[in-house]
Design a protein around this ligand. Structure first.
Ligand SMILES: [Zn+2]
Ligand SMILES: [Zn+2]
Length: 261
C-alpha cells in the first residue's frame, strides 16, 4: 500500500528532535507529495508549543519552504489537546481558522484550563501509573473505576469531535482508553478520520477491524519526532491490509493525491 502524505509531524517547536527544515527535507527525500506539521498544543505538559501563536509562526516558516520544495504540498496544523470533559481544545478558534488542518487527541499529561477539570486529568494519570507499575486487579479489570475513566475519556473526545471541525483524531485510545463504538459513531457523523499511528503502532488489528466495521475513514500518520520516521508508514499498510479495509476508507492511501484536508 502506498501513501501520498504524512500529516502528523513534530518539530523542535514542541517535542520533536529536529528543526522544521530537516523534517521537510526528510519528507522530500521519502518521496511524499504532501506533508502536514502538527506540533503539540500548548497545554501538553513539558512538550507543547510555548503558546498558540507559535503555530502561526510555524505556518510562516513553512511558507518559506514552499519555494524550495515546489513538488510537495505543505500544510501547517496542530495536534491539539482535549483539555476538559466538555471537549475544549487548547487552541483558540481564531488560531484554528488560520491553520490548514486540525488534529486533536487525548494525552494524559495536560494542564487543564479550569481547576474543576483537574480531577479528570489526575484520575487518568494515577490510572496510568497504577497500570504501568502495579499489575493490580483494579487496573486490569473493567472495574467501576476504570469504566468511569473510559466513560469520561469518551465523553471528552466525542464532545470535541462535535464542537470543532477536527480532521483527524490522533492515536485514539492510546494510554487513555475510550469506548470504540461511541467514538467511531461520532467520527462517522462528523467526517473525522481515525488515525493509524505508525510511530506508536496503534491501534492494533482487532481495534482496526472493529472501527472499520462502522465505516469510519482512516488516515495513516507517522507521528515522527525524527527525520528518519517521516513517511515511515509500513505499519499502516500491514494492519489495514490484514483487516481488509478497502482503499476508499483510507484517506491518504494511493499513488495519486486526493483532496483530503
Ligand atoms: Zn499525540
Ligand atoms: Zn504527536
Amino acid at each position: 500500500m502506498k501513501f501520498f502524505g504524512d500529516y502528523h509531524i513534530h518539530t523542535t517547536y514542541s517535542d520533536g528532535r529536529s528543526p522544521l527544515e530537516e523534517m521537510v527535507e526528510a519528507a522530500s527525500l521519502a518521496g511524499l507529495k504532501e506533508l502536514g506539521l502538527a506540533d503539540h498544543g500548548p497545554r501538553n505538559l513539558g512538550s507543547g508549543v510555548k503558546s498558540e501563536q507559535v503555530l502561526l509562526h510555524i505556518k510562516d516558516e513553512l511558507n518559506l519552504s514552499k519555494e524550495q520544495y515546489p513538488e510537495m504540498k505543505l500544510y501547517a496544523g496542530v495536534e491539539a489537546n482535549v483539555v476538559s470533559l466538555m471537549g475544549d481544545l487548547d487552541i483558540s478558534r481564531e488560531v484554528i481558522k488560520q491553520l490548514d488542518f486540525l488534529i486533536a487527541g487525548l494525552h494524559p499529561y495536560v494542564l487543564p484550563k479550569k481547576l474543576k477539570e483537574l480531577p479528570w486529568v489526575l484520575k487518568n494519570n494515577l490510572f496510568n501509573v497504577s497500570s504501568n507499575w502495579v499489575s493490580s486487579g483494579w487496573s486490569r479489570g473493567k472495574s467501576g473505576g476504570k469504566r468511569r475513566i473510559i466513560n469520561d475519556n469518551t465523553k471528552a473526545l466525542v464532545e470535541a469531535i462535535y464542537r470543532y471541525e477536527i480532521d483527524v483524531i490522533s492515536h485514539p485510545g492510546l494510554k487513555m482508553e475510550i469506548d470504540l463504538a461511541e467514538t467511531a459513531k461520532a467520527c462517522l457523523a462528523r467526517d473525522t478520520c481515525w488515525e493509524i499511528n505508525t510511530g506508536h503502532q496503534h491501534p492494533g488489528y482487532q481495534e482496526v477491524l472493529e472501527v472499520a466495521r462502522w465505516g469510519v475513514n482512516f488516515m495513516v500518520n507517522s507521528d515522527a519526532h525524527f527525520p528518519e520516521s517521516v513517511g515511515a508508514l509500513d505499519y499502516g499498510s500491514w494492519v489495514l491490509e490484514k483487516a481488509g479495509v478497502p482503499l476508499q476508507q483510507i484517506k491518504n492511501a494511493g499513488e495519486e493525491v486526493t483532496d483530503i484536508l
